[in-house]
Design a protein around this ligand. Structure first.
Ligand SMILES: C[S@@+](CC[C@H](N)C(=O)[O-])C[C@H]1O[C@@H](n2cnc3c(N)ncnc32)[C@H](O)[C@@H]1O
Length: 229
């Protein structure tokens, strides 16, 4: 078993994203697809299986890129692949556009120093990566392209939908589930984030549950643009 297999193990969020693309991508044009934060490469393998013609993946972690290369060379060997090291959009040329972009980026909003932080957490209010991801979508999606992202509602669903709206994008929930957040995770979230998340948090005694979802993000249709202006 390769050493990276444990670290890059797909999570429940990966699984939900896998299911969402398997439900929503058949029948779509899939010329070029991208996974931002490709990790193991499982989602690109699934997109290859759905008929994607070119697979693109970006990750800051070289081990993830090796793992993805290993998986795709076995699973989708006939599909051209481009696995690039770098920070989010940085390795993608400006002229490159994608029919489908997937992202399961670290966004758990924990107030823990980077050095002690699990890889799937991020600092502050957790928005940094999601906001950077959304901002670039109008330039990276094809005209009728769609991005599918994982979203733990502790980062603020309203913020995400309003932020996307400000970039001319619509957000739609395609899958939603409730996740148990153990005390060691929730204890790392600031009181302010907890206070602003009351809509998405529920408690049964000391047990806390949060809403999580897969969002599909695409350009507003002309009809919605009219509604928004
Ligand atoms: C939660 S894992 C998701 C992996 C895979 N897409 C999945 O769903 O199983 C997040 C991935 O994002 C990568 N990552 C974190 N920060 C990044 C950044 N700034 N730019 C590119 N990739 C990043 C991590 O190395 C990790 O492989």
């Amino acid at each position: 078993m390769p050493a990276y297999f444990h670290d890059l193990r797909p999570s429940l969020y990966t699984t939900a994203l896998l299911r969402a693309i398997q439900e929503h991508c058949p029948g779509r044009r899939l010329r070029s697809v991208l996974d931002v934060g490709v990790g193991s490469g499982v989602l690109l393998a699934a997109l290859g299986q759905l008929g994607a013609q070119e697979l693109w993946g970006v990750d800051i972690n070289p081990e993830a890129l090796s793992a993805a290369e290993h998986l795709l060379s076995e699973h989708s060997s006939h599909t051209p692949r481009h696995l690039l090291r770098g920070d989010m959009w940085a390795p993608i040329a400006p002229e490159q556009h994608f029919d489908v972009i997937v992202a399961n980026l670290p966004h758990f909003p924990a107030h823990v120093d980077a050095i002690d932080r699990p890889k799937t957490w991020t600092g502050g209010d957790g928005r940094k990566m999601i906001d950077r991801f959304i901002e670039a979508l109008p330039l990276k999606l094809t005209q009728d392209g769609t991005a599918f992202i994982t979203h733990n509602d502790l980062v603020g669903l309203k913020h995400t939908t309003e932020y996307a709206d400000s970039y001319g994008l619509d957000c739609e929930t395609v899958t939603q589930w409730t996740v148990f957040e153990p005390p060691e995770r929730l204890g790392a979230v600031s009181a302010q984030t907890i206070a602003t998340s009351s809509d998405s948090l529920q408690y049964f005694g000391g047990y806390a549950f949060v809403e999580a979802r897969i969002l599909a993000i695409q350009r507003k249709s002309d009809r919605n643009m009219t509604k928004a202006t």
